[in-house]
Ligand binder design. Structure first.
Ligand code: ZN
Length: 280
């Protein structure tokens, strides 16, 4: 595993000795894609870790970057916070009901599909995602760890009753306050996503840690790697001797330890990886 920053694969954005490398590097040079393909081919276990950036080409804006749509009108840290749900679930659902409807209509893109193809050909052991949008499920990923939960269901914090997304959406439409209610106790249902201020589900986090520790290659796609504890997962891979590849347009705090760093559009980069793997 080359940790040496003087290899031909360093991206030229860091202050390094190699002044001959142009300051502006082509996005996702074929050499870097080829190097990633080599790492994947040589690995016993490859695991993907995905964040909001993989869903942007599907029309789901990343609320961390200044954007359009839903997130420009509200502060997600306030409205998607567990305290907001607890203090005024009707107001919470005014926002979240719209989010449900928006996400439910979105479709997976070529980056999601590339991961499905890799899994089907035995090159990928699983996908860990920070996304709640169900796009990996829709694409057909089998081994999926949704560390922030998903919009696939809602449950009742009071009595534990659970309903699927479609049923929850029906109840939103049918309720005078636009809030899905529990059939048993009539209390407000909560989406089975990890809201701000909530802990991650321990089982999912444990599974994610296991996968990352066992991975020879951790393929981080579309994640800014800033949200803990998920941001610490690549370090688990590194500590057990694995390689870390980061595929995302924006900077991440782990860019300096990445064995491969691809900065192009996630769909383009993942399709290029798939082509490089097929061309072996
Ligand atoms: Zn209930």
């Amino acid at each position: 595993m080359a940790e040496d920053s003087s290899t031909a694969y360093s991206h030229g954005y860091t202050e390094s000795a190699e002044r001959h490398i142009p300051a502006v590097q082509h996005e996702g040079t074929p050499a870097e894609v080829e190097r990633l393909a080599d790492l994947v081919r040589d690995a016993h276990s490859v695991v993907a870790l995905t964040g909001a950036g993989i869903s942007v080409p599907s029309g789901i804006p990343d609320f961390r970057s200044a954007g359009s749509g839903l997130w420009s009108k509200v502060d997600p840290m306030q409205v998607a916070h567990i305290d907001a749900f607890r203090s005024d679930p009707v107001v919470f659902w005014r926002f979240y009901g719209e989010r449900f409807a928006t996400l439910d209509s979105k479709l997976p893109n070529g980056a999601h599909d590339a991961l499905v193809e890799m899994e089907r050909s035995g090159m990928l052991d699983g996908v860990i995602t920070q996304n709640v949008d169900m796009l990996h499920r829709k694409a057909g990923t089998r081994e999926l760890v949704e560390v922030h939960g998903s919009i696939a269901s809602c449950s009742c914090p009071a009595c534990g009753g659970s309903v699927a997304l479609e049923e929850a959406r029906g109840r939103i439409v049918g309720d005078p306050d636009g809030m899905p209610r529990c059939e048993q106790c009539a209390g407000p249902l909560k989406p089975d996503v990890v809201l701000f201020g909530e802990m991650l589900p321990p089982d999912a986090l444990e599974r994610a840690c296991e996968l990352c520790q066992a991975a020879d290659v951790l393929l981080c796609i579309g994640s800014s790697l800033e949200v803990h504890p998920v941001a610490g997962l690549p370090l688990l891979t590194r500590r057990s001797g694995g390689a870390v590849a980061i595929v995302t347009t924006g900077p991440t705090p782990l860019d300096d330890i990445a064995d491969v760093r691809l900065r192009g559009d996630v769909v383009g980069e993942m399709q290029a990886l798939l082509a490089a793997l097929a061309g072996a």
